[in-house]
Design a protein around this ligand. Structure first.
Ligand SMILES: Nc1ncnc2c1ncn2[C@@H]1O[C@H](COP(=O)(O)OP(=O)(O)O)[C@@H](O)[C@H]1O
Ligand SMILES: CSC[C@H]1O[C@H](OP(=O)(O)O)[C@H](O)[C@@H]1O
Length: 394
């Protein structure tokens, strides 16, 4: 039976992924297709299919019924493929410059076929090689402003927004974030992973009642505040870039949550480079500033020109919202800094540092800065205070 008509799930091999690409007629006549599984993320299969005649490629991403990084002992819903495909389509319609085109989706096979972005590089990998991507922060500021405004109650009508809230109910993927970002790193959980040289700093963190209070407040916001459609996992491993383009992939954690969460993930993942990349530190600090400045400018413009809610068109209410997003973003960034240092899913920015004392020093800074951002987010009122706080830890 044709794969397109399949009524039950089967996981793909390189051969069956190629068959699907052929059945979809995405290539010119008689293509000579090659296929390689290139997934390096924690969860899914990703097949890169290329017509060797002309170099044209497509990507077939398929969810497995479990988390790839752990194996079959961690079952995971296939519905995440539909969430990801639907989110790519919505974000693509709102911010087309920054999202790969989706060519085909199949909910039974848990498959999304999309634009091949292999001419770009995953930003985290590029940073580690010494790239700085001058336009990245301007693009991310615009992406954030557009996606967070146009999916809010002020960019959509509240009734359409409520339908989207329903469409993006994503309990299993949210549970991963609730556990891995907001819970496990803050006690002696089995999922945590950290090197022996960090134990004293980690035990201090576990004993810090004030920190845990604030993490509970942030977790409550993540659990309860359906402000906007979030990407939900907006780290630099989910961003392709070169010196002129930026594309955001992998929104399988999408759900309606607090706007500051996506902004905070971007802040934290740029902060890893601020911490580890002495040579380009000033450029990454500038990236942080630009993300926020562009986000604030463009969100303000959209608020003033595209607002569906007449009563909301007041500068005091706009500033109330921006101040809330900023404060939340600092707190969420702090949680991301900590979980990527001692939790289950690490980042290569820190782990690839070969020299042990340099690596431990960077990880201690990440933990310290994370704690400060979580506990002092209300006092860090603006960008200047944020950058001052960051510099105080370097
Ligand atoms: N559209 C794409 N074009 C080219 N490569 C891609 C594309 N999407 C994913 N990849 C490759 O597959 C890897 C894993 O993709 P990702 O969506 O992050 O998977 P996971 O959901 O498992 O984290 C990426 O790091 C990238 O190398
Ligand atoms: C077992 S999931 C851990 C971690 O992986 C996800 O990232 P990605 O899919 O981009 O590899 C997400 O950040 C989860 O917290």
């Amino acid at each position: 039976m044709s794969l397109l008509k399949q009524t039950t799930y089967q996981s793909f091999t390189e051969t069956t992924a190629k068959e699907l690409a052929l059945a979809l007629n995405l290539f010119s006549d008689n293509p000579e297709l090659s296929c390689k599984e290139i997934g390096d993320g924690n969860l899914n299969l990703v097949f890169h299919i290329v017509d060797e005649k002309n170099g044209k490629g497509v990507i077939i991403k398929q969810a497995l019924p479990y988390a790839k990084v752990v194996g079959e002992s961690w079952p995971l819903t296939l519905k995440r493929a539909k969430i990801e495909a639907d989110a790519l389509k919505i974000f693509g319609s709102i911010a087309p410059n920054y999202v790969p085109e989706v060519y085909y989706t199949n909910d039974v096979l848990a498959v999304t076929v999309m634009e091949d972005l292999s001419h770009l590089l995953i930003a985290r990998k590029g940073f580690i090689k010494g790239e700085t991507y001058p336009l990245l922060s301007q693009h991310l500021g615009e992406y954030l402003a557009r996606t967070l405004f146009f999916t809010s109650d002020y960019g959509l009508s509240p009734s359409v927004k409520k339908e989207q809230v329903q469409q993006f109910i994503n309990p299993e993927l949210c549970k991963i974030t609730e556990d891995l970002i907001f819970t496990d790193p803050f006690y002696d959980a089995e999922t945590n992973e950290f090197e022996a040289g960090l134990r004293a700093a980690v035990e201090d963190l576990w004993k810090d009642g004030e920190l845990k209070f604030h993490v509970n407040v942030l977790k409550k916001s993540f659990l309860t505040e359906a402000e906007v459609l979030l990407h939900g996992d907006l780290h630099t491993g989910s961003i392709f870039a070169d010196n002129s383009a930026t594309k955001v992939i992998d929104p399988e954690f999408a759900f309606y949550g607090p706007a500051g969460f996506d902004i905070g993930q971007v802040f934290a993942n740029l902060l890893f480079q601020v911490i580890v990349n002495e040579q380009n530190q000033a450029l990454f600090i500038k990236h942080l500033e630009t993300v926020w400045n562009v986000f604030e400018d463009q969100f303000t413009h959209l608020w003033n020109t595209e607002n569906k809610e007449n009563l909301a068109q007041s500068s005091a209410f706009l500033h109330y919202n921006l101040a809330k997003f900023f404060e939340d973003a600092l707190g969420f960034a702090g949680c991301e800094l900590i979980r990527r240092t001692i939790g289950l899913a690490h980042v290569a920015d820190l782990d690839s540092i070969v020299e042990e004392q340099t690596r431990l020093a960077a990880k201690r800074k990440s933990l310290e800065l994370g704690g400060i951002l979580i506990k002092q987010r209300k006092e860090i009122k603006d960008l200047g205070a944020f950058i001052g706080t960051v510099k105080g830890v370097l």
